[in-house]
Design a protein around this ligand. Structure first.
Ligand code: MOS
Length: 731
């Protein structure tokens, strides 16, 4: 089914099953420990265990690997290094190789996998592998490397074909002439995904066919990349990823656990399990790159922005990409004269890549402090200043309208609900015992992306509707919204739908990434169900155009039949996918919101406590308010972490992230987070897809950090532009 344009009402608009706060259908399996995560497929027989040896240098060459002691250790079956692995390719989404040798590209890059009868034996033997390196000088200091870093193409990354500097009007002249202006620099640090479930895979070979039970967000991408890495045909690779204990972008790609399990299993001639130990998450996998951002805004005295520029610098391994932190500045506020640019430094640190809302998450952390600073210089309320500079068209291409843009409503309703009028605009005025109290606001913005997504739907002889798609549930609620979608379309309750996910033998879906998963995967299920409805009507001899599917019945005129009657002659199986035309030439699809935060900063210790948080989101139709709220409060929590504590500490001598565990890479705990409120505006975006839905899971993080920073400023009068805002920065 090709979605070309808004198409009026459809069966989803009845909102009998979709749009309801439905409990997670996978909840009982998860809370009782019965949902098998990648490492927990205990029914695979004769499994051996692999332990990865990671490089202990960041850059250099392996000169010798001595595996004799490890091979002689108890239980060891085999050891695979680059020498045994033979020639490997590289996945399209991998920057560094997943197995080092002879070159080492980053610290903890895999050097070998030791396969043994038990996990403990594998781990003990891995410590006996002796690797000699010729260490080379690496580049680990972003500040230094940005001095010699080239400009790279626009928001789509260096290969997007966009010019390195994007301009509208004459920024420099307009900025120079502006009566009120700001020129400030902001820093965000490297972040680790720190998901609960580490990367893990079980690999099993059957002849030349490989099956990987793995924890992965994007099955189709990763199946392709496994095949590319192992130089084998894609149709010989099967990925199975039914449950994922968090990903946040860290599991968008094939990582060393999958490759080393596959190589280990081939050599051992047995299935092999590999989980990355916690320290490998920071240094062996990907992370969100640090940014240095410069923002310049010029405005007239009435608050109208006349000039806005956002430049961002980040680093990555050779052939990597930039953190696209300038993205939102191209779209969020009006202003006739504009400029965005990015620099990309070469760093020999572990590989940078997507982490929750890549681009906008760190970009909004800077832009939305800058907006607060400008509002203060203008003597304007920060809510008013944002409203004044709203735009209903793409500021770079005014012929493109936003499909839906309710930023103003988000700000106004949020301000009302939060009691914004009680905020004292003058900083450091409000006390509560030892605490200085302040309020902050930030806009939220994240793009929505349309992408092809497929599904298969079955109607069995006993009337059971089953959906099969390679879409994943990374803790987001996918099982539930897909059941709700098929339930709505086929006229049955969500409980009556069986959902099977995360298997590459099912039709390829959008996958879970970039907050596109929910809207696109359900739109794919919609397309398949639309086809199934036609077949049902045909079998029953009804006219599909006027058939109504409701309460397990199909009605047409004054005739009606049970849904299962359509399959009495045999199971119906259909497959379809949603595809999109060039709708986005005319309409910009984005999601909007407003974050409000109240903090207390201890006047004696400098400790910040978040006291209240509110998010108001406008993100198209909300498919399940309960799971959507969970996504947003999780994102707000991650935003609070980014504001106050999260930071990978770079060892600039040896080139690695020092705090590579959950004791030293701090993320918020329950005690850090107060009651959070989330409001969804009633919106249905007819230009997005037949579900009229967009994403919300990443919108929830975008802007939170700045709202916290602005609240700290309001509480203390100290403006911190360097995240995380730890206490020594405002004492
Ligand atoms: Mo998201 S960072 O695309 O999982």
């Amino acid at each position: 089914m090709k979605f070309e344009q808004a198409e009026g009402t459809n069966p989803i608009d009845r909102l009998k099953v979709i749009g309801r706060a439905h409990d997670r259908i996978d909840g009982p399996l998860k809370t009782s420990g019965l949902a098998p995560y990648a490492y927990e497929h205990h029914d695979i027989e004769n499994v051996a265990y692999g332990a990865i040896v990671g490089s202990s240098v960041a850059k250099g060459r392996i000169t010798r690997i001595d595996t004799a002691a490890a091979k002689a250790a108890p239980g060891v079956i085999t050891i695979v290094t680059a020498a045994e692995a033979g020639k490997l390719g590289k996945g399209k989404n991998n920057t560094a190789k997943l197995l080092a040798g002879p070159e080492v590209e980053h610290y903890h890059q895999a050097v070998a996998v030791v396969v043994a009868e038990t996990f403990e034996q594998a781990r003990a033997a891995a410590s006996l592998v002796r690797v000699d390196y010729a260490r080379e000088k690496g580049r680990y200091d972003l500040t230094e490397q940005l001095k010699v870093a080239p400009l790279v193409g626009g928001s789509g990354g260096p290969n997007s074909g966009a010019p390195p500097v994007e301009r509208v009007g004459k920024f420099e002249e307009a900025f120079a002439a502006a009566p009120v202006k700001l020129d400030a620099e902001y820093h965000t640090p490297d972040h680790s995904h720190a998901m609960m479930e580490p990367h893990a895979s079980v690999a099993a070979w059957n002849g030349d066919e490989l099956t990987l039970w793995t924890s992965n967000q994007m099955i189709a991408w990763s199946k392709r990349d496994v095949a590319l890495t192992l130089n084998m045909p894609e149709d010989k690779v099967r990925l199975i990823s039914p449950y994922i204990g968090g990903g946040f972008g860290g599991k968008l790609f094939v990582r060393a656990d999958a490759l080393m399990a596959a190589l280990g299993a081939k050599a051992a001639k047995r299935p092999v399990k590999v989980a990355l130990p916690r320290p490998f998450i920071a240094n062996n996998t990907t992370h969100r790159p640090a940014t240095h951002q410069r923002i310049r805004i010029g405005a007239m005295k009435d608050g109208t922005i006349t000039a806005i520029a956002h430049e961002s610098g980040s680093g990555d391994l050779p052939d990597g990409g930039p953190e696209t932190a300038v993205q939102q500045t191209k779209l969020l506020y009006a202003g006739a004269n504009r400029m965005t640019a990015m620099r990309l430094a070469v760093l020999d640190l572990p590989e940078g890549n997507a982490m929750r809302a890549p681009g906008e998450a760190p970009g909004m952390m800077a832009l939305e402090i800058a907006m607060d600073e400008m509002a203060e210089r203008l003597g304007m309320d920060p809510v008013e200043f944002r409203i004044k500079n709203d735009t209903q068209v793409d500021p770079e291409k005014p012929e493109r309208k936003f499909s839906e843009r309710q930023l103003i409503r988000c700000l106004n309703e949020g301000a009302d609900k939060f009691g914004w009028n009680r905020r004292n605009a003058k900083p450091a005025q409000v006390h509560d015992g030892q605490w200085l109290v302040g309020m902050g606001v930030a806009a939220a913005f994240r793009n929505h992306i349309n992408t092809t997504s497929g599904a298969r739907v079955r109607l069995s002889r006993d009337g059971i509707v089953t959906v099969e798609t390679d879409m994943t549930d990374i803790g987001t609620g996918t099982y539930t919204i897909i059941a709700q979608t098929a339930g709505e379309m086929m006229g049955v309750p969500a409980e009556a739908v069986v959902v099977k996910l995360g298997d590459s033998s099912f039709p390829a879906s959008a996958g879970s990434g970039g907050q596109w998963g929910a809207a696109n995967s359900t739109a794919g299920v919609y397309a398949a169900c639309a086809k199934l409805r036609e077949q049902v009507a045909q079998r029953l001899g009804y006219n599909s155009a006027d058939a109504v599917f409701e309460a397990g019945q199909v009605k047409s005129g004054n005739r009606s039949a049970a849904l299962r009657d359509a399959a009495s002659a045999g199971e119906l199986v259909v497959e379809d996918k949603i595809e999109f035309g060039d709708l986005e030439k005319k309409h910009q699809l984005s999601t909007f919101g407003a974050h409000f935060v109240e903090v207390g900063v201890n006047a004696y210790t400098g400790v910040t406590r978040i006291r209240r948080m509110l998010a108001v989101c406008a993100a198209g139709r909300i498919l399940n308010p309960k799971s959507a709220r969970s996504q947003v409060i999780g994102a707000m929590t991650m935003g609070a972490g980014a504001a106050l504590m999260e930071e990978l500490a770079v060892d600039k001598r040896f080139g690695f992230f020092v705090n590579h565990d959950l004791a030293s890479y701090e993320v918020p705990v329950h005690a850090d987070i107060p009651h959070q409120e989330v409001v969804f505006l009633d919106e249905a975006d007819e230009y997005a897809n037949p579900m009229k839905a967009k994403g919300v899971g990443e919108l929830g993080i975008c802007g939170v950090g700045a709202a916290v920073a602005n609240a700290i400023y309001n509480a203390t009068g100290v403006r911190v532009r360097d995240y995380p805002i730890t206490l020594e920065k405002h004492l």
